[in-house]
Design a protein around this ligand. Structure first.
Ligand SMILES: CNc1nc2c(CC[C@H]3O[C@@H](OC)[C@H](O)[C@@H]3O)c3nc(N)[nH]c(=O)c3cc2[nH]1
Ligand SMILES: [Zn+2]
Length: 374
Protein backbone atom coordinates (compact mmCIF):
# COMPACT_ATOMS: atom_id res chain seq x y z
CA UNK A 1 0.00 0.00 0.00
CA UNK A 2 1.99 3.05 -1.16
CA UNK A 3 0.90 6.51 -0.12
CA UNK A 4 -0.11 8.88 -2.94
CA UNK A 5 2.33 11.46 -1.58
CA UNK A 6 5.88 10.70 -0.40
CA UNK A 7 8.82 12.87 0.69
CA UNK A 8 12.48 12.56 -0.29
CA UNK A 9 15.10 14.51 1.71
CA UNK A 10 17.88 15.62 -0.68
CA UNK A 11 20.10 17.84 1.41
CA UNK A 12 20.18 19.61 4.74
CA UNK A 13 21.96 22.93 5.31
CA UNK A 14 25.13 22.51 7.37
CA UNK A 15 24.49 25.50 9.66
CA UNK A 16 20.70 25.68 10.10
CA UNK A 17 17.64 23.42 10.09
CA UNK A 18 16.93 24.35 6.47
CA UNK A 19 16.33 21.31 4.26
CA UNK A 20 15.98 20.65 0.55
CA UNK A 21 13.64 17.91 -0.63
CA UNK A 22 11.13 16.69 -3.20
CA UNK A 23 7.51 15.72 -2.63
CA UNK A 24 6.30 13.08 -5.09
CA UNK A 25 2.58 13.29 -5.89
CA UNK A 26 0.23 11.69 -8.48
CA UNK A 27 0.28 15.08 -10.26
CA UNK A 28 4.02 15.57 -10.37
CA UNK A 29 6.95 16.39 -8.14
CA UNK A 30 7.20 19.43 -5.86
CA UNK A 31 10.63 20.87 -5.14
CA UNK A 32 10.86 22.01 -1.51
CA UNK A 33 10.93 24.35 0.30
CA UNK A 34 7.89 25.48 -1.65
CA UNK A 35 5.51 28.44 -1.57
CA UNK A 36 1.99 27.39 -2.64
CA UNK A 37 -0.23 29.99 -4.35
CA UNK A 38 -3.72 30.01 -2.86
CA UNK A 39 -6.72 29.42 -5.13
CA UNK A 40 -9.36 29.26 -2.39
CA UNK A 41 -12.47 29.08 -4.62
CA UNK A 42 -10.83 27.22 -7.50
CA UNK A 43 -8.76 30.00 -9.03
CA UNK A 44 -5.64 31.90 -8.04
CA UNK A 45 -7.27 35.33 -8.13
CA UNK A 46 -6.67 37.33 -11.33
CA UNK A 47 -4.40 34.61 -12.70
CA UNK A 48 -4.87 31.98 -15.42
CA UNK A 49 -3.50 28.49 -14.56
CA UNK A 50 -0.96 28.61 -17.44
CA UNK A 51 0.56 31.77 -15.97
CA UNK A 52 0.80 30.16 -12.51
CA UNK A 53 2.44 27.08 -14.05
CA UNK A 54 4.78 29.16 -16.27
CA UNK A 55 6.21 30.97 -13.26
CA UNK A 56 7.14 27.60 -11.78
CA UNK A 57 4.34 26.82 -9.32
CA UNK A 58 4.07 23.05 -8.88
CA UNK A 59 1.19 23.00 -6.38
CA UNK A 60 -1.70 25.30 -5.52
CA UNK A 61 -4.29 25.37 -2.75
CA UNK A 62 -8.07 25.24 -2.84
CA UNK A 63 -10.53 25.21 0.00
CA UNK A 64 -13.04 22.57 1.07
CA UNK A 65 -15.37 24.98 2.88
CA UNK A 66 -15.69 27.36 -0.07
CA UNK A 67 -16.03 24.69 -2.79
CA UNK A 68 -18.57 22.75 -0.72
CA UNK A 69 -20.77 25.83 -0.37
CA UNK A 70 -20.26 26.91 -3.97
CA UNK A 71 -20.53 25.33 -6.54
CA UNK A 72 -20.82 22.15 -4.40
CA UNK A 73 -18.41 19.19 -4.38
CA UNK A 74 -20.83 16.99 -6.37
CA UNK A 75 -20.70 19.42 -9.29
CA UNK A 76 -16.89 19.49 -9.18
CA UNK A 77 -16.91 15.67 -9.10
CA UNK A 78 -19.29 15.53 -12.10
CA UNK A 79 -16.91 17.87 -13.93
CA UNK A 80 -14.20 15.24 -13.51
CA UNK A 81 -12.67 16.56 -10.29
CA UNK A 82 -10.99 19.83 -9.34
CA UNK A 83 -7.91 19.41 -11.58
CA UNK A 84 -10.15 19.14 -14.66
CA UNK A 85 -12.69 21.72 -13.45
CA UNK A 86 -10.05 24.43 -12.95
CA UNK A 87 -7.74 23.29 -15.77
CA UNK A 88 -4.74 22.68 -13.47
CA UNK A 89 -2.85 19.42 -14.08
CA UNK A 90 -0.22 19.79 -11.37
CA UNK A 91 -0.62 19.08 -7.65
CA UNK A 92 -3.47 20.47 -5.54
CA UNK A 93 -3.70 20.69 -1.75
CA UNK A 94 -7.15 21.29 -0.30
CA UNK A 95 -7.50 22.80 3.11
CA UNK A 96 -10.22 21.21 5.22
CA UNK A 97 -12.26 24.26 6.08
CA UNK A 98 -11.18 24.04 9.73
CA UNK A 99 -9.93 27.60 9.59
CA UNK A 100 -12.96 28.98 7.77
CA UNK A 101 -15.72 27.53 9.93
CA UNK A 102 -13.90 28.73 13.03
CA UNK A 103 -13.48 32.24 11.71
CA UNK A 104 -17.25 32.44 11.19
CA UNK A 105 -17.54 33.41 14.86
CA UNK A 106 -21.16 33.56 16.06
CA UNK A 107 -22.43 31.78 12.95
CA UNK A 108 -21.07 28.41 14.11
CA UNK A 109 -21.49 25.85 16.89
CA UNK A 110 -18.86 23.25 17.77
CA UNK A 111 -19.78 19.79 19.10
CA UNK A 112 -17.93 16.47 19.22
CA UNK A 113 -19.74 15.56 15.97
CA UNK A 114 -18.37 18.55 14.09
CA UNK A 115 -19.25 22.17 13.39
CA UNK A 116 -22.69 23.41 12.43
CA UNK A 117 -22.57 26.79 10.74
CA UNK A 118 -24.46 29.25 8.62
CA UNK A 119 -23.20 29.82 5.10
CA UNK A 120 -21.56 33.24 4.68
CA UNK A 121 -23.13 33.24 1.20
CA UNK A 122 -26.86 32.72 1.82
CA UNK A 123 -27.22 31.99 5.53
CA UNK A 124 -28.23 28.34 4.90
CA UNK A 125 -27.37 25.92 7.70
CA UNK A 126 -24.69 23.23 7.28
CA UNK A 127 -22.67 20.75 9.31
CA UNK A 128 -19.01 20.02 8.60
CA UNK A 129 -17.65 16.91 10.30
CA UNK A 130 -14.39 15.00 9.85
CA UNK A 131 -16.25 12.47 7.68
CA UNK A 132 -17.91 15.21 5.62
CA UNK A 133 -14.61 17.06 5.11
CA UNK A 134 -13.03 13.83 3.85
CA UNK A 135 -16.01 13.07 1.57
CA UNK A 136 -15.78 16.56 0.04
CA UNK A 137 -12.02 16.31 -0.55
CA UNK A 138 -12.42 12.81 -2.03
CA UNK A 139 -14.91 14.33 -4.48
CA UNK A 140 -12.58 17.22 -5.29
CA UNK A 141 -9.74 14.75 -5.94
CA UNK A 142 -6.92 16.86 -4.45
CA UNK A 143 -3.55 15.14 -4.06
CA UNK A 144 -3.14 16.35 -0.46
CA UNK A 145 -6.18 16.58 1.84
CA UNK A 146 -5.92 18.43 5.14
CA UNK A 147 -7.62 16.88 8.16
CA UNK A 148 -10.67 18.61 9.64
CA UNK A 149 -9.36 20.51 12.62
CA UNK A 150 -10.08 23.44 14.85
CA UNK A 151 -7.76 26.35 14.25
CA UNK A 152 -8.12 27.75 17.77
CA UNK A 153 -8.31 31.53 18.18
CA UNK A 154 -5.49 33.67 19.64
CA UNK A 155 -5.34 34.46 22.48
CA UNK A 156 -7.13 31.59 24.18
CA UNK A 157 -6.75 30.13 27.67
CA UNK A 158 -5.01 26.85 28.26
CA UNK A 159 -8.09 24.83 29.13
CA UNK A 160 -9.82 25.86 25.89
CA UNK A 161 -6.74 25.01 23.83
CA UNK A 162 -6.31 21.66 25.60
CA UNK A 163 -9.92 20.60 24.96
CA UNK A 164 -9.76 21.86 21.38
CA UNK A 165 -6.46 20.10 20.62
CA UNK A 166 -7.73 16.83 22.08
CA UNK A 167 -10.92 17.05 20.01
CA UNK A 168 -8.85 17.80 16.89
CA UNK A 169 -6.84 14.61 17.60
CA UNK A 170 -10.09 12.60 17.86
CA UNK A 171 -11.30 14.21 14.64
CA UNK A 172 -8.04 13.19 12.96
CA UNK A 173 -8.67 9.54 13.90
CA UNK A 174 -12.09 9.87 12.25
CA UNK A 175 -10.63 11.53 9.13
CA UNK A 176 -8.11 8.71 8.82
CA UNK A 177 -10.84 6.06 9.23
CA UNK A 178 -13.03 7.79 6.64
CA UNK A 179 -10.33 8.18 3.97
CA UNK A 180 -10.08 4.95 1.97
CA UNK A 181 -8.11 5.52 -1.23
CA UNK A 182 -4.70 6.35 0.26
CA UNK A 183 -2.96 5.56 -3.04
CA UNK A 184 -4.84 8.33 -4.86
CA UNK A 185 -4.92 11.06 -2.19
CA UNK A 186 -2.87 11.61 0.95
CA UNK A 187 -4.34 12.87 4.23
CA UNK A 188 -2.11 15.24 6.22
CA UNK A 189 -2.52 15.65 9.99
CA UNK A 190 -2.50 19.08 11.63
CA UNK A 191 -0.71 19.91 14.89
CA UNK A 192 -2.60 22.25 17.17
CA UNK A 193 -1.99 23.33 20.78
CA UNK A 194 -2.12 27.13 20.56
CA UNK A 195 0.86 28.88 22.15
CA UNK A 196 1.39 26.14 24.78
CA UNK A 197 4.55 24.14 24.05
CA UNK A 198 3.50 21.15 26.17
CA UNK A 199 0.15 20.93 24.37
CA UNK A 200 1.93 21.19 21.02
CA UNK A 201 4.21 18.31 22.10
CA UNK A 202 1.20 16.21 23.09
CA UNK A 203 -0.55 17.01 19.80
CA UNK A 204 2.58 16.07 17.84
CA UNK A 205 2.96 12.74 19.65
CA UNK A 206 -0.65 11.77 19.00
CA UNK A 207 -0.80 12.74 15.33
CA UNK A 208 2.64 11.29 14.50
CA UNK A 209 1.49 8.00 16.06
CA UNK A 210 -1.16 7.82 13.34
CA UNK A 211 1.64 7.49 10.77
CA UNK A 212 0.17 9.82 8.13
CA UNK A 213 2.02 10.75 4.89
CA UNK A 214 2.54 14.37 5.93
CA UNK A 215 1.91 16.89 8.69
CA UNK A 216 1.24 20.58 9.13
CA UNK A 217 1.59 23.05 11.96
CA UNK A 218 -1.77 24.79 12.38
CA UNK A 219 -3.07 27.36 14.81
CA UNK A 220 -0.35 29.88 13.96
CA UNK A 221 -0.35 33.06 11.91
CA UNK A 222 -3.58 33.90 13.71
CA UNK A 223 -2.55 37.33 14.99
CA UNK A 224 0.13 36.31 17.50
CA UNK A 225 3.34 38.41 17.69
CA UNK A 226 6.11 37.26 15.34
CA UNK A 227 8.51 36.42 18.21
CA UNK A 228 5.86 34.20 19.77
CA UNK A 229 5.30 32.28 16.53
CA UNK A 230 9.04 31.80 16.06
CA UNK A 231 9.43 30.68 19.68
CA UNK A 232 6.68 28.06 19.20
CA UNK A 233 8.27 26.91 15.94
CA UNK A 234 11.69 26.59 17.60
CA UNK A 235 10.09 24.04 19.86
CA UNK A 236 7.75 22.08 17.65
CA UNK A 237 9.04 21.68 14.07
CA UNK A 238 11.43 18.89 15.03
CA UNK A 239 8.60 16.99 16.72
CA UNK A 240 7.35 16.15 13.20
CA UNK A 241 8.92 13.21 11.33
CA UNK A 242 12.04 13.96 9.26
CA UNK A 243 10.92 11.66 6.45
CA UNK A 244 7.63 13.45 5.77
CA UNK A 245 6.65 16.90 4.49
CA UNK A 246 6.24 19.61 7.12
CA UNK A 247 3.74 22.36 6.20
CA UNK A 248 3.29 25.67 8.03
CA UNK A 249 -0.26 26.84 7.28
CA UNK A 250 -1.06 30.40 6.31
CA UNK A 251 2.53 31.66 6.11
CA UNK A 252 3.56 34.01 4.65
CA UNK A 253 5.51 37.06 3.76
CA UNK A 254 9.20 36.85 2.76
CA UNK A 255 10.58 37.24 6.31
CA UNK A 256 8.34 34.50 7.71
CA UNK A 257 9.26 32.22 4.80
CA UNK A 258 12.97 32.59 5.53
CA UNK A 259 12.39 31.99 9.27
CA UNK A 260 10.22 28.95 8.54
CA UNK A 261 12.73 27.44 6.11
CA UNK A 262 15.53 28.01 8.61
CA UNK A 263 13.61 25.87 11.13
CA UNK A 264 13.18 22.95 8.76
CA UNK A 265 9.74 23.59 7.27
CA UNK A 266 9.03 22.49 3.69
CA UNK A 267 5.65 23.92 2.60
CA UNK A 268 4.02 27.33 2.96
CA UNK A 269 0.84 29.02 1.72
CA UNK A 270 -0.50 32.55 1.99
CA UNK A 271 -3.17 34.64 0.29
CA UNK A 272 -1.00 37.74 0.71
CA UNK A 273 0.71 38.03 -2.70
CA UNK A 274 -2.61 38.27 -4.58
CA UNK A 275 -4.54 39.98 -1.77
CA UNK A 276 -2.11 42.91 -1.40
CA UNK A 277 -1.88 43.14 -5.22
CA UNK A 278 -5.57 44.09 -5.34
CA UNK A 279 -4.71 47.01 -3.05
CA UNK A 280 -1.84 48.17 -5.26
CA UNK A 281 0.98 46.76 -3.11
CA UNK A 282 3.91 45.11 -4.88
CA UNK A 283 6.68 43.10 -3.22
CA UNK A 284 10.08 44.01 -4.70
CA UNK A 285 13.69 43.08 -3.90
CA UNK A 286 13.98 46.45 -2.13
CA UNK A 287 10.84 46.10 -0.02
CA UNK A 288 7.19 46.79 -0.68
CA UNK A 289 5.91 49.65 -2.83
CA UNK A 290 2.42 51.10 -3.02
CA UNK A 291 1.85 51.78 -6.70
CA UNK A 292 -0.86 54.36 -5.91
CA UNK A 293 1.85 56.71 -4.59
CA UNK A 294 2.08 59.93 -6.65
CA UNK A 295 5.86 59.53 -6.91
CA UNK A 296 5.28 56.77 -9.52
CA UNK A 297 3.25 59.00 -11.87
CA UNK A 298 6.18 59.51 -14.26
CA UNK A 299 8.20 56.48 -13.20
CA UNK A 300 8.71 54.46 -16.41
CA UNK A 301 10.84 51.73 -14.75
CA UNK A 302 9.43 48.26 -13.92
CA UNK A 303 7.95 47.37 -10.50
CA UNK A 304 11.23 45.63 -9.69
CA UNK A 305 14.29 46.30 -11.89
CA UNK A 306 15.74 42.93 -10.79
CA UNK A 307 12.64 40.93 -11.77
CA UNK A 308 12.18 39.16 -15.11
CA UNK A 309 8.46 38.40 -14.77
CA UNK A 310 5.92 39.16 -17.52
CA UNK A 311 4.79 42.32 -15.69
CA UNK A 312 8.32 43.69 -15.17
CA UNK A 313 9.36 42.88 -18.74
CA UNK A 314 6.41 44.71 -20.34
CA UNK A 315 4.95 47.43 -18.10
CA UNK A 316 6.11 50.46 -16.14
CA UNK A 317 5.19 51.64 -12.66
CA UNK A 318 3.47 54.64 -14.28
CA UNK A 319 1.24 52.39 -16.37
CA UNK A 320 0.36 50.06 -13.49
CA UNK A 321 -0.36 53.09 -11.28
CA UNK A 322 -2.68 54.41 -14.02
CA UNK A 323 -4.43 51.01 -14.19
CA UNK A 324 -4.86 51.04 -10.40
CA UNK A 325 -6.11 54.66 -10.25
CA UNK A 326 -8.59 54.07 -13.07
CA UNK A 327 -9.96 50.91 -11.46
CA UNK A 328 -8.86 48.65 -14.31
CA UNK A 329 -8.73 44.88 -13.48
CA UNK A 330 -5.40 44.89 -15.30
CA UNK A 331 -3.74 46.32 -12.17
CA UNK A 332 -4.71 43.27 -10.08
CA UNK A 333 -3.64 40.96 -12.93
CA UNK A 334 -0.23 42.57 -13.38
CA UNK A 335 0.66 43.04 -9.70
CA UNK A 336 -0.62 39.56 -8.71
CA UNK A 337 1.51 38.06 -11.46
CA UNK A 338 4.57 39.91 -10.21
CA UNK A 339 3.99 39.24 -6.49
CA UNK A 340 3.53 35.50 -7.04
CA UNK A 341 6.52 35.33 -9.37
CA UNK A 342 8.60 37.16 -6.76
CA UNK A 343 7.84 34.60 -4.03
CA UNK A 344 8.14 31.56 -6.32
CA UNK A 345 11.49 32.90 -7.56
CA UNK A 346 12.63 33.68 -4.01
CA UNK A 347 11.93 30.07 -3.00
CA UNK A 348 13.96 28.82 -5.99
CA UNK A 349 16.83 30.95 -4.69
CA UNK A 350 16.39 29.49 -1.21
CA UNK A 351 16.46 25.92 -2.59
CA UNK A 352 19.66 26.64 -4.50
CA UNK A 353 21.25 28.28 -1.44
CA UNK A 354 20.47 25.22 0.70
CA UNK A 355 22.00 22.91 -1.92
CA UNK A 356 25.17 25.00 -1.83
CA UNK A 357 25.25 25.34 2.00
CA UNK A 358 24.93 29.11 1.82
CA UNK A 359 21.37 29.60 3.13
CA UNK A 360 22.51 31.95 5.94
CA UNK A 361 24.40 34.16 3.50
CA UNK A 362 21.46 34.17 1.05
CA UNK A 363 19.07 35.18 3.85
CA UNK A 364 21.41 37.98 4.97
CA UNK A 365 21.76 39.32 1.39
CA UNK A 366 17.99 39.25 0.93
CA UNK A 367 17.27 41.05 4.22
CA UNK A 368 19.90 43.75 3.49
CA UNK A 369 18.26 44.59 0.14
CA UNK A 370 14.66 44.10 1.20
CA UNK A 371 15.05 46.31 4.26
CA UNK A 372 12.78 46.36 7.28
CA UNK A 373 9.84 44.01 7.11
CA UNK A 374 6.29 45.25 7.49
C1 LIG B 1 -3.44 33.09 7.41
N1 LIG B 1 -3.11 32.36 8.59
C2 LIG B 1 -3.51 31.08 8.71
N2 LIG B 1 -4.13 30.37 7.73
C3 LIG B 1 -4.40 29.16 8.28
C4 LIG B 1 -5.07 28.05 7.72
C5 LIG B 1 -5.42 28.03 6.25
C6 LIG B 1 -6.41 29.04 5.84
C7 LIG B 1 -7.00 28.72 4.47
O1 LIG B 1 -7.95 29.73 4.20
C8 LIG B 1 -7.61 30.42 3.02
O2 LIG B 1 -6.80 31.54 3.31
C9 LIG B 1 -7.33 32.43 4.28
C10 LIG B 1 -6.82 29.45 2.23
O3 LIG B 1 -7.66 28.54 1.55
C11 LIG B 1 -6.00 28.76 3.32
O4 LIG B 1 -5.64 27.46 2.96
C12 LIG B 1 -5.33 26.94 8.57
N3 LIG B 1 -6.06 25.87 8.08
C13 LIG B 1 -6.34 24.83 8.90
N4 LIG B 1 -7.07 23.78 8.45
N5 LIG B 1 -5.92 24.78 10.22
C14 LIG B 1 -5.17 25.78 10.75
O5 LIG B 1 -4.78 25.70 11.93
C15 LIG B 1 -4.87 26.94 9.92
C16 LIG B 1 -4.16 28.04 10.45
C17 LIG B 1 -3.94 29.15 9.62
N6 LIG B 1 -3.36 30.36 9.86
ZN1 LIG C 1 8.15 41.27 -11.72
Amino acid sequence: MTNAVTYELLHRDKKTGARRGVIHTPHGDIQTPVFMPVGTQGAVKAMRPEQVADMGAEIILANTYHLYLRPGHEIVKEAGGLHKFMNWDRAILTDSGGFQVFSLGQLRKITEEGVSFQSHIDGSRHMLSPEKAVEIQNALGSDIMMAFDECAPYPADRSYIKDSMERTCRWLERCKAAHKDVERQSLFGIMQGGMYKDLRRESAERIVDMDLPGYSIGGLSVGEPKELMLDILDDCVDLLPEDKPRYLMGVGTPDYLFEGVERGLDMFDCVEPTRIARHGLATTSHGRINIKNAKFERDFTPLDPECDCYTCRNYSRAYIRHMMKSGEMMSAMLISNHNLHFLIHMMAGIREAIEEDRFTEFKKEFYEKYGGFK
